[in-house]
Design a protein around this ligand. Sequence first.
Ligand code: PEP
Ligand code: MN
Length: 337
Amino acid sequence: MIIVFKKSATAGEIEHVTDKIKEVGLAVHLSQGEEITIVGAIGDETLLDGLPLEALPGVEKVMPILKPYKKVCKDMRPEGTVFDVDGVKIGGNKIQIIAGPCSVETVALLEDCAEKVKASGASILRGGAFKPRTSPYSFQGLGEEGLKMLKAAKEKTGMPIISELMDPRDLDLMCEYVDILQIGARNMQNFRLLLEVGKSKKPVLLKRGLSATIKELLMSAEYIASQGNTNIILCERGIRTFERATRNTLDISAVPVLKAETHLPVFIDPSHATGDWSLVEPLSKAAIAVGADGLMIEVHSDPENALCDGEQSLKPAKFDSLMNVLGNIATAVGRTI
Ligand code: PEP
Ligand code: MN
């Protein structure tokens, strides 16, 4: 940690700060210039957590050297995290595609969708059983009934399943059924939920909040990792901006920024990012070109009658042709799909 003093700082003020640093067991490196004085606190700077150095008399600013997201930062595992979900390797050279309906509706619809997306090359089946709807009067999901349908679809197709957890009270139930817990955009900063998910050790897909910065997303991942669970996928799903042409604005630059900052795999959800099925293909292409490790795409066999997000859902035939196009882009960037 580097502490920069004000021009006006007195020798007594500088000594007071260096004493505080030494008290917690760190060494001090003093650099006294003609204009300003700088102090380097050498050693484990976490020992200074909770010490309000910036508020001490004479201090101009305090600059941490370490990232505040210690467990998920790139330096912790420069080779990148790769983990296995029922035989599906997340974070490796192969780009993994999560596909399925926004919400689980009926056995017939889910199984039809699951079989088709699997045949097209998707490796993980999605489907919401607990839905975070803006209106309390909209379809809220089938709850455990939906989880049972997902499990049945898994048994039929062999695809691992992912579904959203909204409430820590449902954690044990969800863990019985799903292979990956999804934390939705609206819960990205539900810190108690993140801690519980961290303790569970289940793989997690953490979506970026609607108005969360990249640093905030990483700090939320850190909550999960702090409990010993680093099987985390980060998912950029569009952020809220002034632009109204799309449901959200896909922050495509989040992919290379995150890949440079963290060892965790990074996925893109072009469906929620745009809210428009016709934009899913171009943004999926962009996502792979820019280095995403996977995609989450909403697919529905009958989008006109979907109970949720039909307007952004691809029909299975469209998803199939998209997968063919994406294969070429993956090859161009040295990856498989
Ligand atoms: C979803 O994937 O079903 C969902 C609700 O997404 P988000 O949390 O990104 O809005
Ligand atoms: Mn949806």
